[in-house]
Ligand binder design. Structure first.
Ligand code: NAD
Length: 306
């Protein structure tokens, strides 16, 4: 098979999802005379976080969602940040709240996340939403694993009995991903930095999801023939352009694409794979939150589980 046919095009998936969401945001506007509204809180001047927030705000605005950006200094106290969250929780015109992580070291991410109203927690990180997901009754699903799961369901149709291996056990990606795959009857293995013989586990994967953050650590020796591979990793490499003698930034995933592409059945690229779907799922969750805020039935275009 030619290699380009093996690519799971996250950009295309996200455009299709966003297109389906527009009638829902328009209907909301017609009924309530305002757009669904997402508040994004950014603390400090982390470059990557700044780029993520800018992308989220741009996509929201292009898709009938109002966004409010709250930018706070890296020196803001935990209490002042909490006070901002309380104000957003109380504001009836705010449907979704997203606090861009990571936060500066003097602020407890746990404390901040626990104080977001679970009904506005469009990232799905609040313990109530996390617990509901693990009990098979999700409210808001964390956006990155949600996007991965949606693409997998579309690519594979039937996930029953597949061996799924996840590399990485974070609350943001690895753990919720495991819950989603279990809900579709996969046999799930979650691996991490202390896992022994990582290659042996990965070699058994019909579905391999990597969320580590180490550039191109997974090569052909980890991959089962015809596996479906989802690369969540986003790693920035600084390279030297020998012609201009300037430094350039290249984005790569956890997977060494060139080395595995001949073995896999399908694979997400970096960039253009998981990233765009994460943002589209955030838009989905914001519109869902808006309907719930107004006690309206949200017809879930992605299927009942989302
Ligand atoms: P994290 O640092 O919280 O977790 C990394 C996980 O990798 C840990 O569970 C750790 O045990 C595991 N790990 C580390 N070294 C390992 C090794 N040698 N072998 C096996 N496992 C190892 O990171 P995270 O927040 O889950 O993010 C992971 C990656 O995904 C990062 O590159 C991040 O930028 C990216 N990410 C992308 C998106 C997106 O939208 N595309 C969203 C979230 C995270």
């Amino acid at each position: 098979m030619e290699n380009y046919k093996k690519i799971i095009d996250g950009k295309k998936y996200s455009e299709e999802l966003l297109k389906q969401l527009i009638p829902l945001s328009s209907k909301f506007f017609k009924n309530f005379n305002r757009k669904p509204c997402l508040a994004v809180v950014l603390v400090g001047d982390n470059t990557a976080s700044g780029i993520y927030v800018k992308n989220k705000v741009n996509i929201a605005e292009k898709n009938g969602i109002e966004s409010i950006k709250i930018i706070l200094s890296s020196e803001v106290s935990e209490q002042d940040l909490l006070n901002e969250i309380f104000k957003l929780n109380e504001n009836q015109d705010i449907d979704g709240i997203l606090v861009q992580l990571p936060l500066p070291k003097h602020i407890s991410e746990k404390k901040i996340i626990h104080n977001i109203d679970p009904m506005k927690d469009v990232d799905g990180f609040h313990p109530i939403n996390f617990g509901k997901l693990f009990m098979g009754d999700p409210n808001f699903i964390p956006c990155t694993p949600m996007g991965c799961f949606y693409m997998l369901k579309n690519e594979l149709k039937d996930l029953n009995g597949k061996n799924a291996v996840i590399i990485g056990r974070s609350n943001i990606v690895g753990k919720p991903m495991a819950s989603l795959l279990l809900s579709s009857n996969c046999s799930v293995t979650v691996t991490h930095s202390k896992t022994k013989n990582l290659q042996e586990h990965c070699k058994k994967a019909d579905v391999l999801i990597s969320a580590v953050g180490i550039p191109e650590m997974i090569d052909e020796t980890y991959i089962k023939k015809d596996a479906i591979v989802i690369d969540v990793g986003i790693n920035r490499l600084q390279l030297l352009n020998s012609k201009t003698n300037t430094s350039i930034t290249k984005l790569v995933g956890d997977i060494n694409f060139e080395k595995v592409v001949n073995i896999v059945k399908k694979i997400t690229p970096v960039p253009g794979g998981v990233g765009p779907m994460t943002i589209a799922c955030l838009m989905h969750n914001t519109i869902k939150a808006a309907y719930k805020n107004k006690k309206q039935n949200f017809v879930n275009i992605l299927g009942d589980y989302f």
